[in-house]
Write a protein that binds this ligand. Structure first.
Ligand SMILES: [Fe+2]
Length: 327
């Protein structure tokens, strides 16, 4: 399926070496048959997603691609020259939805519209309202984080597809393996204390106010930053934790704040990271429980990516909101 280009830490960079042939048309036809409208080309979690998944997995190229992504045994895979750039927005997003469905169950990014395929690009915003935009809706950098960190069931995986890379030498995609954060923390006494605290204590992750159900109600979710479950996992969003601790001082302490600050320094500065300018028509698959992601500074307002979050659990069995457009 792939020609290997290089491996950078736990991220594999490959190039597509298969032909989609007639299967691209078959995929689009199956998806079209299940969606009366494409929901603004964003789709939504299909009510019969397990049946649709089975139908799509009968298409050999799609099945093999899903298996190839899963068999890399890495935390991220970037597939260049995916071969979708000639498609219309609706058909391209249909294929991306189908690829996501081979790996699990795509979730809604937006609770109001239920969109699954989310456009990551700068919005043309009025400076007056700029404070309401999120990482995915503005130029600049995005701090390292895991998606849906403030909800009960962060999705296990996500896909990013590059429609138009930044033309300004910026906007590189960043990934950090949780094991590299752990290794950094083990180097110092303060680091070992921080790791121990953030493994045993739950911290409040504040839900960004603009997305919380009621503006007058502060919402947060309690969870440890590090968690062992068949390997070390992480849940991280620095601003959400700091705001959570500010609203729940009873859960805070100077030691805990020091631990959060230390991890923030490590993830923003010290830990080794995958940092790559992904070209147009690249698909990045990443593990949202074992890596942090972010992006480097960019200024090109035409940079455009599509993001789809994927749960290992069907949507009908998920607990809590399935995600938000932030991050
Ligand atoms: Fe994100």
């Amino acid at each position: 399926m792939f020609s290997s280009i290089e491996k950078s830490g736990s991220v594999q960079i490959v190039k597509r070496n298969f032909s989609w042939g007639e299967d691209l048309t078959r995929i689009i036809r199956v998806v079209e048959n299940h969606f009366e409208d494409f929901n603004g080309n964003g789709f939504y979690p299909h009510p019969q997603e397990e049946g649709l998944q089975r139908e799509l997995l009968a298409i050999p190229t799609l099945r093999d691609l899903g298996e190839a992504i899963g068999s890399q045994n890495v935390r991220g895979v970037a597939i260049t020259d995916l071969g979708l750039s000639h498609l219309s927005e609706a058909h391209r997003n249909a294929v991306l939805y189908a690829i996501a469905l081979t790996r699990g169950f795509p979730t809604s990014t937006d609770q109001r519209t239920k969109r699954v395929a989310w456009d990551v690009r700068a919005k043309k915003v009025d400076p007056q309202t700029a404070r309401f935009t999120t990482f995915s809706e503005r130029v600049g950098s995005a701090e390292m984080h895991t998606d849906s960190s403030f909800y009960p069931m962060p999705e296990e995986q996500f896909l990013l597809y590059v429609v138009a890379a930044a033309r300004c030498n910026g906007g590189e995609s960043l990934l950090i393996d949780v094991n590299d954060i752990y290794q950094e923390l083990q180097k110092t006494r303060e680091g070992r204390i921080a790791y121990s605290l953030l493994t045993t204590r739950e911290v409040p992750f504040r839900v960004p106010a603009v997305y919380a159900a009621g503006d007058d109600k502060v919402e947060y979710y309690l969870a440890p930053v590090f968690h062992h479950d068949g390997g070390l996992k992480i849940r991280w969003r620095y601003d959400s934790i700091m705001k959570g601790l500010a609203t729940r001082p009873d859960l805070s302490s100077p030691e805990l704040v020091d631990a959060v600050e230390l991890v923030n320094e490590i993830v923003e500065r010290d830990a080794p990271r995958f940092q790559r300018h992904l070209p147009d028509d690249t698909l990045l698959w990443a593990d949202n429980h074992h890596t942090l992601h972010g992006r480097a500074v960019y200024t090109d307002p035409d940079r455009h990516l599509i993001r789809i979050r994927i749960s290992n659990t069907p949507n009908a069995r998920r607990i809590g909101p399935s995600g938000i457009s932030a991050d």
